[in-house]
Design a protein around this ligand. Structure first.
Ligand SMILES: Cc1cc2nc3c(=O)[nH]c(=O)nc-3n(C[C@H](O)[C@H](O)[C@H](O)COP(=O)(O)O)c2cc1C
Ligand code: SF4
Length: 486
């Protein structure tokens, strides 16, 4: 089926981009010209309240590769990815990738883990990143490197790539239907949650000892931290009221501050969410409907419970107020989930194999993330806010990013997939070099399709290293079979 959306690669000038954005009726402003260092907005430093200086306004978002060893250590693939993150020139490395605080919370059997046995491997990763950054940028004094701590909750697959072993906080009838989860599965007990908090505190101490500047207490993408925020139907101290739904975060922070003073904390959270989407008869995503006894959809944190495709800022604002009161300055805004509404989370022209054709122009999904970040930033000027969803902008990423930073819509431009396809983009932009167009991420989604089909992740279409691996051919086959089936 031909898509009705104009491909970004076809927009040859900033005016073409503006014209198309106007046609879509969305707000997505950009600068005509990108200014390099030292004067450009993206080259400016950011000083945290602790006095710590971050050397520019690019951030590398966390991205895992499904490529660790079964016992949670990095491999040569992981090392290469982190080396690329360091080479990128971005001065804020937001977490590297999701690292499980214990085995049962791994999103896949190859996810990294943090425990006594993996400390050497994690130290090597950090060192590879810092060394590559030093070689590329000549200094690491203004580089801030975090580690993202996670438990995958409902999406845990610790032992087999295809077998969910969910740990849930509450029953979500739509997700239970889609992922074939037993509707009678017992929810995690309060005592189990307390044990998990102890694991996070232990992991934070280990990350600090390894030299990480901060840990991200991940609250996004449908994983456990995010699930707490929508646990309205859960009884007891960790569910129901906003206060209870954020108790997990507050207890994590209290434990880490008690045992690991001096470690900076950050939080990446899905600042809005919508219900799951599934492919309709023509393959285009269709929102799934569920109503509770009050006629509401109660499971989307930051979503309007009465109107499921509308953002409701009230609780995300309260969450940011809470972060501020906890003296957490580093905030990273994402949206939705890569499993049940991927078009919102990582806008793409070509969907991953377990996804659906985008139900809206991906630029609309990009604009939603960027404008949502701007709305929240306007209310919380003192927080250091990283924005997400920029990769689909492709050639226009630096132009839109510069506008957003220059006008205070956001503090840092986060790069996800672009950093897999073209890690040096930030360094090239800062140096005033023309972009290497052949390496710009065109959102083919192979980096998501591969792991969804049991393979390691990587940019198979554009990165010569991954192009040469046997998995590149396997991904092509998966996509060809999918095309035939549709
Ligand atoms: C292959 C891959 C792995 C990812 N792994 C993580 C992760 O470990 N933690 C996380 O918070 N987000 C993860 N993400 C989401 C990205 O950080 C980012 O939010 C998303 O790709 C949208 O940004 P982009 O448009 O710049 O790609 C991953 C995304 C991709 C494509
Ligand atoms: S595989 Fe490469 S081009 Fe495709 S979405 Fe991922 S990073 Fe972008």
């Amino acid at each position: 089926m031909a898509k009705p959306y104009l491909r970004v690669a076809r927009m040859k000038t900033a005016q073409d981009f503006r014209d198309y954005v106007a046609e879509l009726g969305i707000y997505l402003p950009l600068d005509e010209k990108v200014e390099p260092a030292p004067d450009g907005a993206l080259a400016q430093t950011y000083t945290l309240k602790t006095g710590r200086v971050i050397g520019n306004r690019f951030s590398i978002l966390p991205m895992e590769g499904w490529d660790g060893t079964p016992d949670g250590l990095p491999t040569e693939y992981t090392l290469r990815r982190w080396t690329n993150f360091g080479r990128s020139g971005a001065k804020l490395i937001w977490g590297g990738e999701a690292v499980a605080v214990r085995h049962d919370g791994r999103a896949n059997p190859n996810q990294l883990m943090i425990n006594q046995h993996t400390l050497g491997g994690l130290a090597d990763l950090r060192q590879a990143l810092v060394g590559a950054h030093q070689a590329q940028m000549g200094s690491t004094d203004d580089l801030l490197v975090g580690l993202q701590l996670t438990h995958s909750g409902r999406f845990s697959r610790p032992n087999e790539k295809k077998r969910l072993e969910p740990q849930i906080l509450y029953h979500h009838p739509l997700l239970e239907q889609i992922y074939k989860i037993d509707p009678n599965l017992p929810v995690m007990t309060d005592a189990q949650i307390e044990d998990l908090i102890a694991d996070y505190v232990r992991a934070a101490g280990q990350a600090h000892a390894l030299g990480f500047d901060f840990v991200d207490l991940k609250h996004c993408h449908g994983y456990l931290g995010h699930e707490f925020l929508s646990a309205r139907s859960r009884p007891g101290p960790y569910g129901g009221s906003f206060e209870n739904r954020t108790r997990f975060l507050r207890e994590l922070v209290a434990g880490i501050r008690r045992d690991v003073p001096g470690l900076l904390l950050g939080v990446r959270f899905s600042a809005y969410d919508f219900p799951p989407f599934r492919p309709g008869p023509d393959g285009v995503g269709v929102v799934q409907d569920y109503r509770d006894i009050n006629g509401r959809y109660p499971f989307a944190f930051g979503g309007d419970q009465n109107d499921t495709l509308t953002i409701d800022h009230s609780e995300p604002r309260r969450f940011l107020e809470l972060l501020q009161s906890l003296e957490i300055e580093l905030v990273n805004l994402s949206a939705g989930s890569p499993y049940y509404n991927p078009h919102m989370q990582r806008p793409a022209y070509f969907p991953p194999s377990d996804g659906y054709q985008p139900p809206e122009d991906p630029l609309v999904s990009v604009a939603r993330q960027i404008n949502n970040a701007a709305t929240l930033k306007a209310s919380f000027p003192d927080l250091a806010i990283v924005g997400t969803g920029y990769s689909y902008l492709q050639d226009w990423l630096p132009h839109v990013g510069q506008y957003a930073v220059r006008t205070g819509m956001v503090d840092f431009v986060g790069l996800g997939r672009m950093a897999l396809a073209y890690p040096e983009m930030p360094a090239d932009v800062l140096a005033g070099k023309p972009l290497d167009r052949k390496r710009i991420c065109r959102t083919f989604s192979d980096c998501t399709t591969a792991p969804r089909n049991g393979m390691i992740s990587g940019c198979f279409p554009l990165d010569d290293f991954y192009k040469a691996l046997p998995e590149a051919e396997q991904v092509k086959q998966v996509k060809a079979e999918q095309k035939l089936a549709s």
